[in-house]
Design a binder for this molecule. Structure first.
Ligand code: CP
Length: 311
């Protein structure tokens, strides 16, 4: 295992062997999870704290499950009932958790860079569970694992990431990971939702679904993140769906064996039609969630190895 760092704060900067090793380890956990032999004591005696300042269903639950399956003591800190509501700062909250000798700190925060800041202040290994519009590294890992399981590789695949790219940390982590692993990444959406940095990230930009999906192996849909938008960046949900929502007609532009992905939560009828989201052979959305547990087990595993070295 070549993972070189104490923390997992971003995909940017990781090299192909680091990513490949994490995916290989996650694959082994996926097989174990399917076999029902889920219990391990790799993290016995270690404490994992989930510190989520933004809502989550998939990420928080799968980190909890991953930690428990590896034998850790897992604490889900409820920010809404914590002393954050009495004005305690992020850094003071982190210092408090640090004093309790937490080993692994999983952080989701609305501000880009918050997990990185915390990592400089605490002894624990910090995992970014999504920070602002910056990155969501474990989501990109689980997406890559899901793609690899269906297509057998990442290199050379055409992956179309569609919708609200500008506000999506999922898109940013996926752009870094997939281009690093040799995929041909396209971003597809209205000009207002494509970030200026797209070209720098080595991806192709499309504003038309027909052109953007032509020949794609993977179609990844993203939610409109209205909570991060200032002003009218998009027309009505109905009009957005007409031009950029994925339905059977638009999916037909992609390869006949292309897979449909969505990180969730989905807004059905806005960025994706139910017939496509629930398609029995093309949609891999449920498998993405399953791979989320496996990838988070792999990440906790490698970071725990680093902790052992630091003991
Ligand atoms: N994909 C994702 O991060 O989902 P949650 O917000 O439910 O964690």
């Amino acid at each position: 295992m070549t993972y070189p760092r104490k923390h997992l704060l971003a995909i940017e900067g990781l090299e192909p062997p680091h990513i490949a090793d994490l995916l290989d380890l996650a694959e082994s956990y996926a097989l174990l999870n399917r076999s029902g032999k889920t219990q391990r004591d790799l993290l016995k005696g270690r404490t994992l704290i989930n510190l989520f300042f933004e809502d989550s269903t998939r990420t928080r639950t799968s980190f909890e499950l991953a930690g428990k399956r590896l034998g850790a003591d897992v604490i889900n800190m409820s920010v809404s009932t914590s002393s954050v509501n009495k004005g305690e700062t992020l850094l003071d909250t982190a210092s408090t958790l640090n004093a309790m000798h937490c080993d692994l700190l999983v952080v989701r925060h609305g501000q880009s860079g918050a997990p990185s800041l915390l990592s400089q202040k605490v002894d624990a290994a910090v995992i970014n569970a999504g920070d602002g519009t910056h990155e969501h590294p474990t989501q990109a890992l689980l997406d890559a694992l899901t793609i690899r399981r269906h297509k057998g590789r990442l290199e050379g695949l055409i992956v179309a990431i569609c919708g609200d790219i500008a506000h999506s940390r999922v898109a940013r982590s996926n752009m870094h990971l997939l281009t690093t692993m040799g995929s041909r990444v396209r971003v597809v959406g209205p000009p207002t939702l494509i970030p200026a940095e797209a070209a720098r990230l080595g991806v192709e930009v499309f504003h038309d679904m027909k052109a953007g999906l032509a020949g794609a192996d993977v179609v990844m849909m993203l939610r409109l993140q209205r909570e991060r938008m200032s002003g009218g960046m998009v027309p009505s949900a109905r009009e957005f769906f007409r031009f950029y929502g994925l339905d059977a007609e638009k999916l037909a532009y992609a390869k006949p064996d292309s897979i449909v992905m969505h990180p969730g939560p989905m807004n059905r009828g806005v960025e994706i039609d139910s017939a496509v989201a629930d398609h029995p052979t093309r949609s891999v959305i449920g498998e993405q969630v399953e791979m989320g547990v496996a990838c988070r087990m792999a990440v906790l595993d490698v970071l725990a190895r680093g902790l052992r070295r630091n003991v």
